[in-house]
Design a protein around this ligand. Sequence first.
Ligand code: VY7
Length: 162
Amino acid sequence: MTIGLIWAQNPQGVIGARNTIPWRLPEDMAHFKATTLGHPVVMGRKTWDSLPPRFRPLAGRRNIVVTRDRDWAAEGADSAGSVTEALELAGRDSATVWVIGGGEIYRAAMDHATLLSVTDVQVEVQGEAFAPTITPDWTVTQDSDWQTSTSGLRYRIRAYQR
Ligand code: VY7
């Protein structure tokens, strides 16, 4: 099973602020959807809560939510008590699983991952949620040029493998 992590970060590694993504980047949302469609997605409960209700569960994907609350339930989602349990559940019916956040979940999943999709966004923002560290054992395998979003922000999308 391939375990991939997908996130978007600013130069300081910020991925979230007050339980939302502190920029608007439609091209990255499209990239996120195209990359994860058809695969199970694993997310933390706070990330689930951060999705606008009309978009949850994320369509066309099995949604697995990690929570310590054994009573947690939501329509269209499966729950798991740990990232490891979530990955086991996901691996039963798919060759590839995408971990979609947030910071705490990325850090727990990083040791299991062999694929990263990282969108670098040139934006100055404060936040409390941070991307995991990309250690030197990762190699960049895809590297886009810097692009300008319709929102005006500059961004690039990279893939890493190990
Ligand atoms: C999360 C949303 C958040 C707010 C409003 C709409 C990278 C991203 C994520 C997570 C971007 C999101 C959405 C966008 C996706 C749509 C549903 C509506 C879909 C990540 N690189 N970028 N993210 N949705 N983990 N990694 O925007 O979602 O996929 O169906």
